[in-house]
Design a protein around this ligand. Structure first.
Ligand code: DP6
Length: 394
């Protein structure tokens, strides 16, 4: 007879965290909706998990009757096709490994059901690539729990396209691939986060509102209606990928920044070329764009670059020596008093909160590229309690 105290014994828990990534050559458009295969390659910078991250705990037990998932404290439908793809593909890898070289291992864990609990340390509605960090975290955590290795980025890709790039730290490219089965549509690290120590990333939260048109639906309409998108995918992105990789390798900020801004602008132009058109930028976004260009013109050099995803929030890339002056300039033109909460500085704000809490020594403000997913060793940080249910839920 099993005593209540023993209930944790037959549940295995693993907790991991995964980062957000911000593309500098954008992914927009699929050639296969189910496998999530893109019409062009893309490239992103993985942000440091000190600022923004997803955390996921997966528990596995013979006692669980069904697979279940809780996102930010609320139970969600486990039968969503993209979640099912990730679970199916991970379990396929487990089966493959077992038959290949490790017969008998983890026989139990494969037949067991899983409980998944995931949360972001930033508002999902803020349009900050929450699905990328979330799916990367889910796939990475499952892979650690079931001890599978292999091409995990193709599995994360089937959760959300951009999630495949969050499987690595630093500078990451997603090869569009040519195959119909998607096996060559993989993410690959271009350079690690340590490659460019002076690079800084700031997130200017213009609005935390949910976007009117999600990426999935938006890019589908663009593929169907925008001839500019077709031109971009075929004639612009291939060369731009090469130039961007060279700029990163040489740490050439001026080229990196210019390509980043042009790519963001072309992405938003394809949204405008979509019929009916999609508007992600608002007046504040456009004023940030104007400010960055005026700032660069003043110094006759590209010191700061902006990029915008499917929402109005600006992500700023710059170099360490320019951060404090540029932040002063932003605060001057967008004074928090007059703007209310319209514009605040998420990355900077988080750092300030921490420095107040910990007083001294001041923690390093790592608003810079960061590493890929990792395992959390401290078991007290599991999001699921000993009964396999969320700790936070009532
Ligand atoms: C504008 O990866 O969210 O952020 O594959 O349908 O889940 P799905 O789309 P998603 O699209 C991201 C689009 C983007 C550009 C980018 O991150 O490359």
């Amino acid at each position: 007879i099993r005593m209540p105290e023993d209930t944790t014994q037959d549940i295995i828990f693993v907790t991991c965290t995964a980062p957000v990534n911000i593309a500098v050559v954008k992914y927009w458009g699929k050639r296969d909706e189910d496998l999530i295969l893109p019409i062009n390659s893309s490239l992103s910078v993985t942000l440091h998990q000190d600022q923004l991250k997803s955390t996921t705990t997966v528990a596995c037990s013979a006692r669980f009757k069904e697979d279940r998932i809780w996102l930010n404290g609320k139970e969600e439908n486990i039968n969503q096709p993209r979640l099912q793809s990730c679970l199916r593909e991970i379990r396929r890898l487990v089966r493959k490994r077992r038959s290949n070289r490790d017969p008998g291992a983890d026989v139990l864990s494969l037949s067991h059901k899983v409980h998944i609990c995931s949360e972001n340390n930033f508002p999902t509605a803020a349009g900050l690539a929450s699905s990328a960090a979330g799916y990367a975290c889910l796939v990475y955590t499952l892979s650690r729990l079931l001890s599978v290795e292999g091409e995990l980025s193709t599995i994360a890709r089937q959760g959300s396209g951009s999630a495949c790039r969050s499987m690595y730290g630093g500078f990451v490219q997603w090869h569009m691939g040519m195959r119909a089965d998607g096996k060559d549509s993989v993410a690959e690290q271009v350079e690690p986060e340590s490659h460019w120590p002076e690079l800084r990333v700031l997130v200017l939260v213009v609005s935390a509102e949910r976007k009117p048109v999600g990426s999935t639906a938006g890019m589908q309409t663009s593929v169907d209606t925008s001839s500019l998108l077709k031109h971009r995918a075929e004639a612009v992105v291939p060369g731009r990928m090469d130039e961007m990789i060279q700029a990163i390798r040489k740490r050439d900020f001026s080229t990196f920044g210019e390509l980043t801004m042009k790519d963001s602008n072309q992405f938003h132009a394809t949204c405008l070329d979509t019929y009916p058109p999609i508007f992600y930028l608002n007046d504040v976004s456009r004023r940030v764009i104007g400010l960055v260009h005026r700032y660069n013109r003043h110094y006759r050099e590209t010191r700061v670059a902006y990029t915008f995803d499917a929402g109005p929030n600006a992500v700023i890339y710059t170099l360490q020596p320019y951060v404090s002056e540029f932040v002063q300039v932003v605060k001057h033109f967008f004074p928090p008093e007059t703007n209310g909460e319209e514009l605040f500085y998420q990355v900077i704000k988080l750092c300030c909160e921490r420095s107040l809490r910990e007083i001294l020594p001041l923690p390093p403000c790592r608003a810079q590229p960061g590493p890929g997913p990792r395992m959390v060793e401290d078991t007290s940080l599991h999001l699921l309690g000993p009964d396999g249910l969320p700790r936070t839920s009532a």
